[in-house]
Design a protein around this ligand. Structure first.
Ligand SMILES: *Cc1c(COP(=O)(O)O)cnc(C)c1O
Length: 426
């Protein structure tokens, strides 16, 4: 569920007309809904009920300071994958003691910074990394809290680029090797064993891979509880969202997210709680996409229509440098006009950006509203892995980001100018 709806023919984010935002701040423009973020957090938190749990937002999904601050205020912790993300969390008022540091390639500088800031845990992904963290911790007389990221070797049934829990992926440590890594960890003087972690993939729309992975890892969790007294089990992120909507049932339904997505927090909790509550451990969750994915849109304006020999191209002012998901992993975004159409005038075509790449498209051969030069459209569900992956490719300044709360709007990030493009260059 989200807070992007048509009111009297105009697409709104909460109480704010998106047309006005586009006029005030220009396009391309990211717009986020505070209420949607809060609702998503609360729904998951409430679904988990009495379970001793800790929600750690995966910062790589959306790292805007205003978004992080809003989540920190709700009590969220953070899952970080770089020193820069930890820096952002701290600047946003987040608590380092509620941060876990994931990722296969942590550097000396990052490890030292995280130790100095007193993070909750390093999730380690190899024996070499474990030894390395021990050495860095020794060099500054600190003790590093760690969990081992186990690769449970389950098929997450998602796109191959966002599947992480199969033996062939670079992530985590093989099930069979895990105990040996813990043995080594227990022998290292600057390491403290804290927990165990897994993350099997992203955009899962079915609960069964989660259930399978949890079931597979539980025997090990119990063994670790007895041997090392671990305090937490992190089951990672990965809860999928609804990207694709049928353009069915008339002009007032251009955008109407399903009320019951295939994988809701309730379904997730119903299936996993019985397995997890029995453990009497703190359960950590690391949702990224679930929390912010449907809380954002990217507004863009139609520059030109080009009728090719075989098809129609709608050329818009956003490009793959602003939103790379379609190009990177065939990500789907609904494309809807900001001014609601009175007729079902659709055309089959491609929506493309100005970038000099054939991969620069937002959809191909899709039935889309027949919008024209100057019309504003919204790319829906652009709150996760969207702005965070934006680049300056083709020397295009990064778009602005706006955070809406009720009737209020905050410029959460200013649009870059051309001078920003060359700042730092000689
Ligand atoms: C990316 C990532 C997440 C978040 O994944 P979502 O699919 O966005 O929920 C959680 N944990 C780890 C270790 C990750 O790498």
């Amino acid at each position: 569920m989200h807070q992007f709806k048509y009111h009297q023919g105009a697409l709104h984010c909460e109480e704010v007309n998106l047309q006005n935002l586009a006029e005030d701040y220009g396009t391309p423009l990211y717009v986020y809904s505070s209420q949607t973020l809060r609702n998503n957090y609360k729904r998951l938190h409430e679904a988990l009920g009495n379970l001793d749990h800790h929600i750690a937002f995966a910062v790589k999904a959306n790292s805007n300071l205003s978004v992080l601050r809003l989540l920190a205020d709700l009590g969220s912790g953070f899952d970080i994958v770089s020193g820069g993300e930890l820096f952002r969390v701290i600047k946003a008022g987040g608590d380092p003691k509620r941060c876990s540091f994931a990722g296969v390639g942590k550097t000396t500088e990052e490890i030292r910074y995280a130790l100095e800031q007193g993070i909750y845990c390093f999730n380690i992904e190899s024996l070499a990394e474990l030894e390395f963290i021990n050495n860095v911790a020794e060099s500054i007389s600190e003790i590093a809290p760690v969990a081992v990221r186990i690769n449970p070797n389950v098929d997450a049934q998602t796109h191959k680029y966002i599947s992480t829990g199969k033996a062939e992926n670079k992530f985590g440590i093989d099930y069979e090797e895990t105990m040996k890594v813990y043995e080594r960890a227990s022998a290292l003087p600057h390491i403290q064993i804290k927990g165990i972690q897994m993350h099997i993939g992203s955009q899962l729309t079915n609960v069964s891979p989660f259930v399978e992975a949890v079931k597979r890892v539980i025997p090990l969790v119990k063994e670790l509880q007895q041997t090392y007294g671990i305090e937490f089990f992190s089951i990672g992120g990965g809860i999928g969202i609804v990207y694709e909507e049928a353009l069915a049932s008339g002009p007032s339904h251009w955008w109407s997210e399903q009320e019951n997505p295939p994988l809701s927090p309730d379904v997730y909790a119903r299936e996993l709680l019985p397995l997890l509550s029995a453990l009497k451990l703190k359960i950590v969750l690391e949702p990224g996409r679930y929390m912010s994915g449907n809380a954002g849109v990217l507004l863009t304006s139609c520059l030109y229509e080009k009728k090719g020999r075989d098809k129609t191209f709608k050329i818009v002012d956003a490009g793959m440098n602003d939103l790379i998901r379609p190009a990177l992993y065939e990500g789907h975004h609904e494309i809807v006009p900001i001014v609601e159409r009175q007729s079902e005038n659709t055309v089959i075509g491609d929506v493309v950006g100005p970038i000099c790449e054939s991969g620069d498209f937002f959809c191909q051969n899709r039935a889309i509203a027949d919008f024209q030069q100057g019309d504003l459209i919204a790319l829906m569900s652009a709150g996760a892995y969207s702005f965070t992956m934006a680049s300056n490719y083709n020397s295009r300044p990064l778009p602005a980001e706006i955070l809406v709360d009720g009737t209020e709007t905050t410029v959460a990030r200013k649009r870059q100018q051309w001078t920003d493009l060359i700042a730092g260059e000689l």
